[in-house]
Design a protein around this ligand. Structure first.
Ligand code: DHB
Ligand code: FE
Length: 257
């Protein structure tokens, strides 16, 4: 865990970085007061988690990914639910959504040694075709567009769902107001979330994005990296989302760090 020297080094560098920016832009007392009021408002309205998601969460994700090795991780986002059901061939969906463009999530999970990871659990979750999350928004029952897939003896998984669409993060609070004031938007590209767990293995969290999709080049949370953008591939009208994962052992981090 962090010791005094590390806390001092990290916090001092953060403070130095902020001071350098303040000097660089000749930030005035009036602006300083606006910033202070903004922070107090964000705390009061419980908007700090969103603020951190937008500006810093992906930075820590990148650092952890570098220390860990294996496939690059992504932001988890706030909408993972623990108790999704095990699914074998398709994610549960609302009857009225059946006509939407189908997608097939498939790929293979291996360890760092290249050997397949059999019976790993892959939690997948994604938005509805309206860009909402089940169990979170609009009273949508929590089992839709979520499921736990179990990999086969060769580490493979293969499950059908329908395409999500871009997602607008809550923008009515202080974080949304800040993005607007900066001339930025609050949209994320359409994405699928993955959380992969297996006994003795590091829990890997990722997202997949769709090549050519809106906001892929301009994610408000700045999470998209090239490795996570799935090339356009369609088979019989079904968008193929083929993603392989390389997962380190839980103990491999300690060696890397
Ligand atoms: C947020 C929402 C998401 O669906 C996501 O993937 C990442 C972040 C958010 O609202 O902060
Ligand atoms: Fe999401």
């Amino acid at each position: 865990m962090a010791d005094e020297a590390r806390i001092n080094a990290v916090v001092s560098d953060i403070v130095d970085g902020v001071r350098a920016a303040l000097f660089k832009h000749d930030v005035t007392f009036d602006e300083y007061r606006v910033a202070l009021a903004f922070l107090l408002d964000a705390f009061e309205k419980n908007d700090v988690p969103l603020l951190m998601d937008v500006f810093f969460n992906t930075t820590i994700v990148k650092i952890e990914g570098k220390l860990m090795g294996g496939s690059k991780p992504s932001l988890e986002g706030p909408y993972y639910l623990e108790n999704a059901a095990v699914v074998t061939d398709r994610l549960p969906m609302r009857d009225e959504d059946q006509h939407h463009t189908a997608m097939q999530l498939r790929g293979r999970v291996t360890g760092m040694d290249g050997r397949p990871l059999a019976r790993a659990t892959i939690d997948v979750w994604h938005s509805t075709p309206e860009g909402r999350y089940s169990g979170i928004h609009d009273g949508i029952p929590p089992h839709y567009y979520r499921g736990k897939i179990v990999t086969d003896a060769d580490g493979r998984y293969n499950v059908r769902s329908i395409m999500p669409i871009p997602y607008q993060i809550p923008n009515e609070g202080p974080t949304g107001a800040l993005l607007t004031a900066m001339g930025r938007h609050s949209w994320r590209p359409a994405h699928v979330h993955y959380k992969i767990s297996a006994p003795g293995m590091h829990t890997h969290i990722s997202q997949a994005y769709f090549e050519g999709g809106a906001y892929v080049e301009d994610d408000c949370c700045e999470d998209v990296c090239e490795e996570h953008v799935v090339a356009e591939k369609v088979e019989d009208g079904v968008r193929i989302v083929e993603v392989d994962f390389v997962i380190p052992k839980a103990t491999e981090k300690a060696q890397a760090a």
